[in-house]
Design a protein around this ligand. Structure first.
Ligand code: PEP
Ligand code: MG
Length: 595
């Protein structure tokens, strides 16, 4: 059949969210919507197409019946009766006859005929004014998708969202952070998703793990099939399906160049970070998992500047015990040596939903119950985490940090609970660092505006730009429809960051950036110009950033910042900052030159 013949190269443009290039066998993860291509068959193939349909219908019947029994046992027959309707749709002989006639008359595949006929039915139901009948379109679609998937993957492989044995590139409509955690990191070398945005937590994790990733590719399922060879270009945001020989050899040259750069930068892993005029900056790493510690040390990060503890909760489906948490945090503190670790207390909510805590969907999850709000509403569980962090501080340099601060009361309440946690440990004679440093994340504009007040209650501030951009400019960080409006160089954002750094310094404390913009080499001159004390970035970005910083001098960056403060558009600020960056480290800015 023609759909088995080799297919030519197709290039799809998305957004590169984690740089690098990977090439390998692709597989879909999750319930992909199947939209078959219009392909023709020989008349000799009609009978085998009919057999394929019979096999798929039988498999679908078995799956629906099994589901029906499962639901009947868990929720009663009231809920399972919907599947009677599904079985009727599945076996409707008028519809099946029409599909088979289409295959015979038009010599098309059964997949195409089935999809076309079922789509016609759903379309006509959607136009009916009766709401009940309109709803039935969803049922028909549901059944049709099951049959189409059973045609595409006989044996029911699509039922469990797993990857085929040799798959190296994960294709998905979207990936949640919990999906991403589950992949075997030895096997998975790249991600490509139809939805998504640069600061979704999935993108951040790919970046941290140094796995090339492209998001916001929009419907790619008609161009790409499981089993295709694909290339992910995380620099340019390209997904190349069935790359040609010449594309592959061009990319080999790019990979060689990247390897050469990595080798050049390697000696910097032994050094600390200074600007050209000798100002020291702390360059630490953001991590989500213990497994990343290896990368933290091999890339020469100066400790961990952000440990996102919520991933620890998301990974295991039950909330963790104090001992278990202590063990986890202490392991990181020990590994970070004298630089230490900044442990951020739970930042669940938004796109990080724990099933035990978020049974009901929130209408606006990013403006809802998230971060410190969740912790303060559950003070006993919060204190478990605080005690665990304190106990870890006896094993190695440990700081703690509160996420999602929107007002001063939250900082005061969190500090009060920290004091209670300390008292509880003292009462039991458990050791901890009495002068553990506390930090507040500044990621909401209201916190920027009261940064002086917050700065008086903590020992450091860390700017979470991923959220600060989203809340300052009203652009949902995970909505690819508005990804073009997500602009870290927006003058309002740059000003918010500057105000925060100034407030910290005015109050005699240090200030870092732990959002993704900290590793955007185009913008590094701005942060140096502001006098930021620390940048915490994905471990894989550390060496490039260390080299970039070493080429910049504070004076020139301060002048740049002054010029930036007179600009009204993100594009203008980006341009002047990029010009300065290009003057000093062009070789680091170059993205993949192919295409
Ligand atoms: C941020 O908001 O910039 C940040 C570092 O935290 P997260 O990305 O986990 O929200
Ligand atoms: Mg944040």
């Amino acid at each position: 059949m023609s759909h088995q013949s080799p297919r030519s190269e197709v290039r799809l443009q998305g957004i590169g969210v984690s740089p690098g290039i990977s090439y390998g066998l692709a597989d879909y993860f999750g319930p992909a919507l199947v939209e078959p291509e219009q392909l023709s068959i020989e008349s000799s193939e009609i009978e085998s197409e009919k057999t394929r349909l019979n096999v798929a219908i039988t498999a679908t019947r078995e799956q629906i019946t099994a589901l029906q029994e499962e639901i009947e046992q868990s929720s009663g027959s009231e809920h399972s009766s919907i599947f009677d309707a599904h079985l009727l749709i599945l076996e409707d002989s008028t519809v099946l006859d029409e599909i088979l006639r289409k295959v015979e008359n038009e010599l098309c595949t059964i997949d195409w005929a089935y999809h076309e006929v079922m789509s016609q039915y759903t379309e006509s139901l959607r136009k009916i004014s009766d709401a009940y009948l309109r709803e039935r379109a969803v049922d028909i679609e549901d059944v049709a998708q099951r049959v189409l998937k059973n045609l595409a993957w006989p044996g029911g492989d699509w039922l469990k969202p797993t990857l085929s044995e040799n798959a190296a590139i994960v294709l998905a409509h979207d990936l949640t952070p919990s999906d991403t955690i589950g992949f075997d990191r030895e096997k998975v070398k790249g991600f490509a998703t139809e939805a998504g945005s640069p600061t979704s937590h999935t993108a951040i994790m790919a970046h941290s793990l140094n796995i090339p990733a492209v998001v916001a590719l929009h419907a790619f399922k008609s161009s790409c099939q499981p089993g295709d060879m694909v290339l992910v270009d995380g620099y340019k945001g390209l997904l190349i399906i069935n790359p040609s020989e010449s594309t592959l050899s061009e990319y080999e040259a790019v990979i060689e160049r990247e390897d050469q750069l990595a080798a050049d930068l390697k000696p910097l892993a032994e050094e600390e970070t200074f600007t050209a005029d000798g100002r020291q900056i702390t360059l630490s790493a953001n991590i989500e998992f213990l497994e990343e510690l290896e990368l933290v040390s091999s890339q020469g990060a100066e400790g961990v500047g952000l440990y996102r503890t919520e991933f620890f909760y998301l990974k295991d489906s039950t909330l963790q015990s104090e001992d278990h948490q202590t063990e986890n945090y202490a392991a990181i503190a020990k590994a970070c040596g004298s630089y230490g670790v900044i442990i951020r207390t739970l930042d669940l909510g938004g796109d990080k939903l724990h099933p035990d805590l978020f049974e009901e969907p929130q209408p606006n999850p990013f403006l809802g119950w998230r971060g410190i709000r969740v912790s303060l509403d559950r003070p006993e569980d919060f204190k478990v985490q605080l005690r665990a962090i304190l106990r870890a501080s006896a094993h190695g340099k440990t700081r703690l940090m509160y996420p999602f601060i929107s007002n001063l009361d939250e900082v005061l309440q969190a500090n009060a609970l920290l004091e209670e946690a300390k008292d509880e440990l003292r009462a039991k004679g458990i050791p901890f660092d009495e002068s553990i440093e506390r930090g507040a994340m500044i990621e909401i504009p209201s916190a920027v505006m009261i940064a002086d007040h917050i700065a008086r209650e903590v020992e450091f501030l860390s700017i979470g730009t991923n959220d600060l951009v989203q809340y300052t400019t009203a652009v949902d960080r995970i909505n690819d429809r508005v990804a073009n409006l997500y602009r870290p160089a927006h003058p309002a954002v740059v000003e918010m960051i500057r105000l925060t750094v100034e407030a910290a310094h005015r109050n005699g404390i240090w200030c870092g950036i732990c959002g993704e913009v900290g590793s955007d080499l185009n913008l590094t001159p701005l942060w140096i110009g502001m006098g930021v004390d620390e940048l915490s970035v994905g471990p894989a970005q550390v060496l490039k950033l260390r080299r970039a910083i070493s080429r910049l001098s504070s004076d020139e960056c301060e002048l740049l910042l002054e010029e930036a403060s007179r600009k009204g558009r993100a594009s203008e600020i980006l341009e002047i900052s990029r010009d300065l960056a290009g003057k000093y480290y062009p070789e680091l800015l170059s993205s993949s030159p192919v295409g």
